[in-house]
Design a protein around this ligand. Structure first.
Ligand SMILES: C[S@@+](CC[C@H](N)C(=O)[O-])C[C@H]1O[C@@H](n2cnc3c(N)ncnc32)[C@H](O)[C@@H]1O
Length: 265
């Protein structure tokens, strides 16, 4: 990668934390599994930012439609310029974006996803219930809501983790600034450093509440979803997450874990 190429924060974000090509297959498989092999058609990507999942979803076939919802025009415009424009006219026609609050999202879909922990923006039970109720109302019977979640002892203290990509010549830093045990509020930053350049600080910042799986499971059932299924990430030989998620009924105590919470209407 050329040093002179201008720094593109969404490009590095995608390289470092997203895998939409694999995610859409995982989402479709979970829907089929929970619906006796029935095919989903419409995906709503809440907190979609650059709506990369929407773009990958419609590539699965001509019956696949996607709706992205985000408040911010900047990432929506980026997705239109960099992802949507690369697709066929027919694929483009099956993607819609709405610049609005997910609490007001009205678009119906077979699958709603809120990933990369974006629903952590909601800090109270009242708001979280409002969001989950909104999702429930816009799903048909059998429809599923997919949330990811993370935790582990490392999340209860300030720490910074570097992940280096030697091949592309950059490092990604996940920086937890603080954690308040009373409110479970925590602030996170993403920094990047390209080889030979200064570290770019606070490229993205998130003020979140760290919700537990148990809290989310209770809230989902309180608003009317079936008991959610939990898909836990496996580990590789070095004990790092391997990106493979399997259904579990019991978690594993560890420093850092990631899972999917999947709730059906
Ligand atoms: C962590 S980023 C998006 C991550 C993306 N879902 C992914 O998979 O990487 C969070 C996004 O949520 C959006 N957002 C925050 N609160 C929102 C709300 N209430 N309604 C809609 N979008 C919201 C922000 O504008 C931002 O683009």
């Amino acid at each position: 990668m050329s040093k002179r190429e201008p720094f593109d924060k969404y490009r590095y974000y995608r390289l470092a934390v997203q895998s939409p090509e694999a995610d859409v297959h995982f989402f479709r498989d979970r829907y089929r599994e929970l619906n006796g092999g029935l095919e989903p058609q419409t995906l709503r990507e809440d907190f979609c930012a650059t709506f990369s999942l929407c773009c990958e979803w419609v590539k699965l076939g001509r019956d696949y439609r996607a709706i992205g919802v985000d408040l911010d025009t900047e990432p929506l415009a980026y997705g239109t310029k960099h992802y949507l424009s690369q697709m066929t006219v027919a694929q483009q026609a099956r993607v819609t974006t709405h610049q609005t609050d997910v609490l007001k999202a009205a678009a119906k879909a077979d699958i709603i996803c809120a990933v990369n922990f974006s629903y952590f923006y909601f800090k109270t039970r009242v708001t979280m219930k409002k969001y989950l109720t909104r999702c429930l109302k816009t799903l048909p019977r059998g429809g599923i809501l997919i949330l990811d979640c993370f935790g582990g002892s490392k999340c209860y203290e300030a720490n910074e983790e570097e992940t280096e990509d030697e091949e592309l010549g950059y490092s990604y830093f996940w920086d937890q600034d603080n954690f308040d045990p009373i409110t479970s509020h925590a602030r996170f930053h993403i920094h990047f450093k390209r080889k030979g350049e200064a570290k770019r600080m606070n490229v993205f910042t998130y003020d979140w509440r760290l919700w537990s799986i148990a809290e989310m499971s209770d809230l989902l059932q309180e608003v009317g979803f079936n008991k959610p299924k939990i898909y836990w990430e496996g580990t590789d030989e070095e004990g790092e997450g391997n990106g493979i998620f399997s259904p579990v009924t019991q978690g594993e105590e560890c420093e850092a874990w990631i899972c999917y919470i999947i709730a059906q209407k």
